[in-house]
Design a protein around this ligand. Structure first.
Ligand code: FES
Length: 128
């Protein structure tokens, strides 16, 4: 494949985000593609509904969780963008699906991911 063909293929690569078509280039993460497309947040914190998107960008903070092809709690900064993927903003109040427990992020029971205001809130234990 020539450089021009690769460029054209990259230009035509899209995934959907909450029904909106988002372009990406090969090698880009879902989070990077969303940011490049002007989408800077895709979930909110549980208590104060503060917007969250990329923070660390390296898979540490779990601020960037979203759903990719029906797999919840995926880190947008680590998931490679794939043509045709169906990406949904996270709903922190929706119940987790226990089918693939090994693929869930490693967050202790009763704890919210780092960056979620529920962690530092005095009422966080009551909310979780
Ligand atoms: S931005 Fe921190 S884990 Fe993705």
């Amino acid at each position: 494949m020539s450089a021009v063909d690769r460029e054209r293929a990259a230009e035509s690569a899209h995934f959907s985000f909450d029904g909106e078509s988002v372009p990406f280039v090969a090698g880009q993460s879902v989070g990077a593609a969303l940011m490049a497309h002007g989408i800077t947040s895709w979930r909110t914190t549980r208590v104060q509904q503060r917007p969250r998107g990329l923070f660390c960008g390296i898979g540490v903070c779990f601020d960037c969780l979203l759903t990719v092809d029906d797999r919840r709690s995926q880190r947008a900064c680590l998931v490679p963008a794939v043509a045709g993927a169906r990406v949904l903003s996270a709903d922190p109040d929706a119940p987790l699906v226990a089918a693939d427990a090994a693929e869930r992020p490693c967050v202790p029971a009763g704890e919210a991911p780092h960056g979620d205001d529920a962690v530092s809130s005095p009422t966080s234990r009551e909310v979780s």
